[in-house]
Design a protein around this ligand. Structure first.
Ligand SMILES: Cc1ncc(COP(=O)(O)O)c(C=O)c1O
Length: 396
């Protein structure tokens, strides 16, 4: 049997490695606490699950859905964008449903990347941008996200020949893994770049509803000209604690949505309608459940950041997203420090290097664990003395 080369070229998905380590410790009977995966521990709100109960009984929902989504779901997305961001969308042409944003992101490269093309991909970044590009036969140019630039890519530093070959630019704010945010002026620059170089912008906005201290992340589509050059991927996963139900959406430029539709309608049969009806229920409600949930995350963020600071890590509490992005202590690299935390505290953190070369020197901690687990983890961390880095994990 010969597997296609593209399969062997995929780097191991970071969480596969983490899951393996957790399983090995657990098999030894050790109580492992994980800050690894960004998967909300707080359940989907009851009123959303109730909508599924009702929708499950309706026979039309037992049949194939439309690939692009129920018209009512698409209208609910358009209404939500109008209310939340002041962005007007034509539900018929500028909105489509996705089986979670990950599915749309993975498929999007097939619309815009040909062999020989380049995609501009943030580094560190959500791994699917680069993998989708590779599956489509393209090559990723990794745009470094550095602390001294607010974890925004420096668009002026993109070489001219790369800009010429690039067909797509991926952006993601609020950002996974750095927790960084972007404001209007950055998106404006990205739109100018896209116009100048005929590049499509794909903005992944999955974390706009997870924000703290009164901060309200913006949509890329709020910025003038955005819809001429791009689309935004969004998701109910993090907004409404719905990772298990698999529901997202792509919105924006109608031609891009059409392209994505061609790919999707040939590869999948859309989101189950009952799940779309859950999404409609979630988006129709005022934001109380979201605000309450964010208060819980904020408390956890503060407890965790205080603990990390007390052991000497220079963390800045994120304004949005589920992630604390912490520089590792002097002398360690990401993997070495993650290993030390696992060995010393039975705590799992993600090495920043698993999100790209420029994630080296950081670890990522997700705040999607219970308060009880968090409190135990904080106790372990604050009673721990960071060992002298062994030669093997010293930064070169
Ligand atoms: C940046 C980013 N985009 C997309 C996704 C996937 O979202 P969904 O659950 O809607 O597929 C994630 C999930 O963690 C993510 O971090």
């Amino acid at each position: 049997m010969k597997l296609a080369n593209r399969i062997s070229r995929v780097p191991p998905y970071p969480f596969v490695e983490i899951s393996r380590k957790i399983a090995a410790k657990k098999a030894e009977g050790i109580d492992v606490i994980s800050f690894g995966i960004g998967d909300p521990d707080i359940p989907t709100p009851d009123f959303v699950v109730d909508a599924l109960r009702e929708a499950a009984l309706a026979p039309p929902n037992h049949r194939y859905p439309e690939s692009d989504g129920l018209p009512e779901f698409k209208q609910a997305v358009a209404d939500w964008y109008q209310r939340r961001f002041g962005v007007a969308l034509d539900a018929g042409r500028e909105v489509m449903s996705l089986i979670g944003a990950k599915e749309g992101i993975g498929h999007a490269a097939l619309c815009f990347v040909e062999p020989g093309d380049m995609a501009l991909v943030p580094d560190p970044g959500y791994p699917v941008y680069a993998v989708g590009t590779m599956f489509a036969g393209g090559e990723s140019y990794f745009m470094p996200l550095r602390r001294d630039n607010g974890f925004l890519p420096d668009l002026d530093a993109i070489p001219a020949d790369v800009a010429t070959r690039a067909t797509v630019m991926w952006l993601n704010y609020p950002n996974n893994p750095t927790g960084a945010i972007a404001e209007r002026d950055f998106f404006q620059k990205a739109i100018e770049f896209a116009r100048r170089h005929d590049v499509v912008i794909m903005h992944d906005a999955c974390y706009t509803e997870v924000a703290y201290d009164g901060y309200r992340p913006i949509s890329f589509l709020e910025v003038e000209g955005a819809k001429d050059v791009g689309v935004e991927f969004h998701s109910l996963s993090k907004s409404y604690n719905m990772t298990g139900w698999r529901l997202g959406m792509a919105v924006g430029n109608a031609d891009i949505i059409d392209g994505l539709m061609v790919v999707k309608s040939n590869l999948d049969s859309g989101v189950p309608q009952a799940i779309q009806q859950m999404g409609m229920a979630a988006m129709a409600k005022p934001t109380e459940s979201v605000d309450e949930r964010n208060e819980v995350y904020k408390r956890r963020r503060d407890v965790l950041c205080d603990a990390l600071k007390s052991i000497g890590l220079e963390v800045e509490p994120p304004k949005a997203s589920l992630y604390v992005w912490a520089p590792v202590p002097e002398g360690y690299n990401s993997a070495g420090f993650a290993e030390a935390v696992l060995e010393g505290c039975d705590i799992v953190v993600s090495p920043g290097s698993s999100y790209g070369e420029n994630g080296e020197g950081y670890i990522r901690l997700s705040i999607t664990l219970s308060d009880a687990d968090l409190n135990r983890a904080v106790h372990r961390l604050t009673s721990w003395k960071i060992p002298e880095p062994a030669a093997a994990v010293r930064q070169s």
